[in-house]
Ligand binder design. Structure first.
Ligand code: ZN
Length: 251
């Protein structure tokens, strides 16, 4: 039997426990992170972003053992990413809005993609592709950069840091890496090329064709862009013990 001060303590304790349960229910780490990225994104000055869904039309790109074509996964990821960027106030242009090549001539097709970066006065360029490798066990998204602009490497680091948080098939050891791609080399603005995963891996091929996974990829790339615009991803900062360990384990 409690006296009145005991009752008061019990009521207070019950209220505290209920408040904690409620807080745990509404503030999961995932939700907190989601809200943080949105809050940061909404504070950004408007950007002009050109998104490039790799391949298209007669150019199918790589294909997986299950028949999923690269051109059919790069477009939806860019469309989801466009939604996130547009909601944060950025102006977004796609090099192709549907399943059509820009030119039947391969070199001309790439040249026209770069032309859009210049014509639109873009502030950032991002090309999305799917990877392929003879060994089907290879998996994981990877971001590439070129020395076209002194901010491209930092951009790639920011995106890769977010993509590494996606681990549907196990730890992603891949780091941002330099790569000589025409669209990157000729971009006048910070640019990166994201290989969103390996179509040659049957499990990853299935994931890449799944709209909910495509949306997760788009969200991670978006969070990476927000980090980039906030000035994160400086070279020295990324040399944490975890990054060093990942580099050693890279394949
Ligand atoms: Zn490609």
């Amino acid at each position: 039997m409690f006296n009145s001060s005991g009752n008061k303590t019990l009521r207070w304790l019950t209220a505290m426990v209920m408040a904690l349960v409620l807080l745990a229910a509404v503030s999961t780490p995932k939700r907190c992170e989601y809200q943080r990225v949105w809050a940061q994104a909404l504070m950004l000055a408007p950007q002009i972003v050109v998104l490039d869904p790799g391949h298209g039309g007669i150019d199918t790109g790589a294909a997986g053992p299950g028949g999923i074509m690269e051109k059919d996964i790069t477009l939806p990821v860019c469309q989801y990413l466009k939604e996130y960027l547009s909601l944060s106030g950025a102006r977004v242009l796609l090099t192709r809005p549907d399943d059509k090549e820009l030119s039947e001539d391969f070199e001309e097709d790439l040249r026209l993609r770069v032309d859009l970066i210049k014509r639109s006065q873009a502030t950032l360029f991002l090309s999305i592709h799917g990877n392929s490798f003879p060994a089907p066990s290879e998996y994981g998204a990877q971001t590439f950069f070129c020395d076209n602009h002194n901010e491209s490497e930092r951009l790639a680091r920011c995106i890769q840091a977010e993509l590494k948080k996606l681990e549907p098939l196990g730890e992603n050891y891949r780091e941002a890496q330099s790569g000589d791609f025409y669209v990157l080399r000729n971009s006048p603005v910070p640019a990166a090329l994201v290989e969103i995963g390996f179509l040659s891996n049957p499990e990853e091929e299935r994931l890449l064709a799944d709209p909910s996974y495509q949306k997760q990829l788009a969200w991670r790339i978006f969070a990476g862009l927000v980090a980039f615009w906030r000035g994160e991803g400086i070279s020295d900062q990324s040399l944490t013990p975890v990054s060093l360990k990942s580099t050693i384990g890279a394949r």
